[in-house]
Design a protein around this ligand. Structure first.
Ligand SMILES: C[S@@+](CC[C@H](N)C(=O)[O-])C[C@H]1O[C@@H](n2cnc3c(N)ncnc32)[C@H](O)[C@@H]1O
Length: 232
């Protein structure tokens, strides 16, 4: 850590994704909520990937996106601060015979990273682990790995700035998740709202603009929002 005030991103906030039980349950929980193949397609299109493209995924979790993209492009670097998540991702990579995906210990701020600029960066449901000042540091670092016109796909939970009744909105989100994905996911969502660092859409959008990104597409899914951005 370069300075005594530097944020320690290796300490998990909210849900503990370094916990082996959490990691073992992760893919099953996500399968009840998400369509991985469709997400890979969306990200590959948003980043304009082809067989020669290079990609960095930050906060890869169990590696589903990184491995989906590795099957379609030349090289993927994938990083996470959770050793248990990385172990799960590496096991999948070797079971699927994907040798062009490198998984390493690192976060938004420091650690394992690509050894040159990449064509695209993807990060999903991870940036909110950093408080706002450090989100800007993370976006600056991401920007430094992209050439102009390089692309960033950012999915995260952001809070709509135009709501009046946030408690009503959060109650509906938690009830809906409990019904579709069960009590664990509902509990993790409550912890997310209470303890993690999701911010308002208008703050995140200003952060992107100030760190050298132009938003070219925004899709709000209710709780998470997808941003496709081009490096300026
Ligand atoms: C909710 S999971 C998302 C995993 C995956 N991207 C997905 O979409 O399913 C959040 C992940 O971010 C990781 N994480 C937390 N803080 C991080 C940081 N500062 N840098 C990189 N990854 C981080 C956690 O270890 C966890 O694997």
């Amino acid at each position: 850590m370069p300075y005594p005030w530097t944020y320690d991103e290796n300490i998990q906030v909210g849900t503990d994704y370094a916990d082996v039980q959490e990691v073992l349950a992760y893919d099953r929980d996500m399968a009840s909520l998400r369509d991985v193949a469709a997400e890979v397609e969306i990200v590959a299109n948003a980043l304009l990937l082809d067989a020669d493209s290079t990609v960095w995924e930050i906060g890869t979790g169990t590696g589903e996106m990184a491995l989906g993209l590795a099957a379609r492009c030349s090289r993927v670097w994938a990083t996470d601060v959770s050793p248990a998540m990385l172990e799960a991702a590496r096991k999948k990579a070797s079971a699927r015979g994907l040798l062009n995906a490198a998984f390493g210990s690192g976060g938004f701020l420091d650690g394992f990273s690509p050894d040159h600029t990449v064509d695209g960066v993807v990060t999903q449901l991870a940036l909110h682990h950093l408080p706002d000042f450090w989100k800007v540091a993370a976006l600056r670092r991401i920007r430094s790995f992209l050439a102009p016109e390089g692309r960033l796909f950012l999915k995260d939970v952001v809070f709509r700035g135009d709501l009046v009744d946030y408690d009503g909105f959060f109650s509906d989100v938690v009830d809906q998740l409990r019904a579709t994905a069960g009590n664990r996911v509902a509990g993790n969502t409550i912890a997310h709202i209470r303890e993690e660092y999701s911010t308002f859409d208008w703050i995140l959008e200003e952060m992107l603009a100030r760190t050298g990104f132009r938003i070219v597409d925004k899709v709000a899914h209710g709780f998470p929002t997808d941003y496709t951005c081009v490096a300026t």
